[in-house]
Every structure is written in structure tokens, then in C-alpha cells.
Design a protein around this ligand. Structure first.
Ligand code: RIB
Ligand code: CA
Length: 303
């Protein structure tokens, strides 16, 4: 099994991605960052998720604000608590005393991949401490950016927009990178059919995920008029645990850190008529969504 560190900002889809990673990989640790909700809340949400999964995976709290610029949140997409107002379970889990950055630098090796599901601040802080960190680890699978439209702005995706300077550092780090942008994640959509399949499993994890899916589908209905929602973060897990479900393109990915209208945009060189810029990432362009949903639902069967 692959060894993963999940860096995240739970977040409904982050929580589903954590359970997916626990089923298909050895999750060495979870590191949390401010993103969808402030880091204290994303850390509590990560602790509750591992309590639901009944595993001893350590959680390391990370950055509370971006490298530069204002701290933004995404509570409109995940609720003020980050998990759609789900009923809290009581647990005695606490985060580790070591910071996420220190864990990433001191404890992540060439045998580990980092799956980054939120703003990339923790990874950038690790690179500030050790500029070779990205080259020393197995690789980084990122949910972020887009080869097409944005979500938080017309051209920028939330995770990259929330800390564009951090993203710029990560994409320039020399690490092996896989990028699952909105162009990819919007191919993986959940509906009431997915919800029904999850609900009928009747396990602790499936009951937890069913509540999160109900929140996402209800929000989608309000937002776009139909109970059909993209599932972003699990894509970045599957990109490392189930790579054959994907088509990747080697591309140059650069991050706009100054543009008034374009800050946080992933500028991706997909030109076919001229020599391209030097590639630095495997950009996911297609996913077998049917099979991916099967893997996600099946991952909830056992606990
Ligand atoms: O744009 C989608 C990303 O923003 C996902 O990681 C979701 O959890 C939110 O953080
Ligand atoms: Ca996320």
C-alpha cells in the first residue's frame, strides 16, 4: 500500500477523501490548514473524521493564514463548521504537539506522497524551511487549480486562490506533481443515486458520508437548481491510489500571484502549435467517473 500524508482543510469533500485514503493507503498522518474554515475548526473536523473511522492516525495542526494576503474562508460551501452542520460525535482525540510544517519536513520521506486538499500553505512553509523538501519526498497530488474555469473567481480555484504565493512555491519546488483541477473534478459528480448507494451500506463511515453528501446535494440544488455536485478532494487521493482511472498530460503550471483579475489562476501551457514551456506537473484531464464513484462507495463498506 502507498504511504500518504493527507494535508487538508475539512471540508465535506476533504473528510470523504480522508476515509477513501484510509481504505486504500497507509495514511501516515493528517496535516491541517486554514481554508474552508479556520485551522482550529479544520483540525477538529479532521480529528472527528479519524474518530468516526476508528483509527489512530495522528493529526498535526498547521498554518492559520496564507503566506501573504488576507485569510479567506469557504464556509458558504461547507457550512460554518466545515462539515455541513453534522451532529458532532464526542471523542477524546487531540492534535499532536508538533506543527504540520515540522512534521512534513522531519517525517515525510521519498517513500511518502503528500495529498494536498486545501491551500498549499503548509507545504510552502516546509519548502521555506528546506528548499529541497519537494525533491526529497515521493510526490505531491494536488486538488487545486483548473485548466478551464475557476470557482472562487471566474479564473481561480479556491485552494490556489486562498494562498497563491504558497502554490507558486510548490509548483516551482521540483517535486513530482499531479494536479487535479476543477476541469477534472467536475467530471466526478455525486447525485441522489450515489447517496442511496452510500446510505444502504449502513456502516459508521457510510452514515457519516451520507450526511455530508446530503449537505452537498442540498447546497447544489439551491445553487444550480439540481441535486448534482462535484466531489473534488477524493480525486487527488485516487490520482495516486488508482492512477489508471486517469488521463494525465505533462504541462507547465505557473501561478498568477499579482493579477488584479487573475490572481490565484493556474496558468497552464496546453499549446499545440508552439513549443511549450518546460512541464512541471502531470495535469489530470480525464477520469473514469463511473469507476471512481464505485471505488469511493465501496471504500465505505467495511467500517
Ligand atoms: O475548489 C475545491 C476545493 O476547495 C476543495 O478542496 C474543497 O474542499 C475546497 O477546499
Ligand atoms: Ca479541501
Amino acid at each position: 500500500m502507498m504511504s500518504l500524508v493527507v494535508d487538508c482543510d475539512p471540508g465535506c469533500d476533504d473528510a470523504i477523501a480522508i476515509l477513501l485514503a484510509l481504505r486504500h493507503a497507509n495514511v501516515k498522518a493528517i496535516t491541517t490548514v486554514s481554508g474552508n474554515v479556520p485551522v482550529a475548526q479544520s483540525t477538529e473536523n479532521a480529528l472527528m473524521t479519524v474518530a468516526v473511522a476508528n483509527v489512530e492516525t495522528p493529526v498535526y495542526a498547521g498554518a492559520s493564514k496564507p503566506l501573504k494576503g488576507p485569510q479567506i474562508s469557504n464556509d458558504v460551501s461547507h457550512g460554518s463548521d466545515g462539515l455541513g452542520g453534522i451532529n458532532r460525535i464526542s471523542h477524546c482525540r487531540t492534535s499532536e504537539s508538533v506543527s504540520a510544517c515540522d512534521f512534513l519536513v522531519d517525517c515525510v520521506s521519498e517513500d511518502d506522497w503528500v495529498v494536498a486538499l486545501g491551500p498549499l500553505t503548509n507545504l510552502a512553509e516546509a519548502l521555506k524551511r528546506d528548499s529541497d523538501w519537494g525533491k526529497r519526498i515521493g510526490g505531491i497530488s494536488i486538488m487545486g487549480g483548473s485548466t478551464s474555469i475557476g470557482n472562487i473567481t471566474p479564473v481561480a480555484e479556491f485552494n490556489t486562490f486562498a494562498d497563491p504565493h504558497a502554490a507558486a512555491k510548490v509548483y516551482a519546488s521540483g517535486a513530482i506533481l499531479k494536479m487535479c483541477g476543477l476541469n477534472l473534478t467536475h467530471q466526478l459528480r455525486v447525485t441522489d443515486k450515489t447517496l442511496a448507494l452510500v446510505s444502504e451500506l449502513g456502516t459508521t463511515n457510510s452514515t457519516f458520508v451520507a450526511t455530508l453528501l446530503e449537505f452537498l446535494l442540498t447546497r447544489a440544488e439551491k445553487l444550480v437548481g439540481s441535486r448534482c455536485a462535484p466531489l473534488h478532494d477524493p480525486c487527488a487521493v485516487l490520482a495516486v491510489t488508482h492512477p489508471t482511472l486517469f488521463t494525465f498530460e505533462e504541462c507547465s503550471v505557473e501561478i498568477e500571484t499579482h493579477g488584479t483579475l487573475t490572481i490565484g489562476m493556474t496558468v497552464i501551457d496546453q499549446r499545440t502549435t508552439r513549443p511549450r514551456l518546460m512541464p512541471n506537473a502531470l495535469v489530470a484531464t480525464h477520469i473514469d467517473a463511473t469507476k471512481a464513484l464505485e471505488v469511493i462507495v465501496d471504500s465505505l463498506e467495511t467500517q
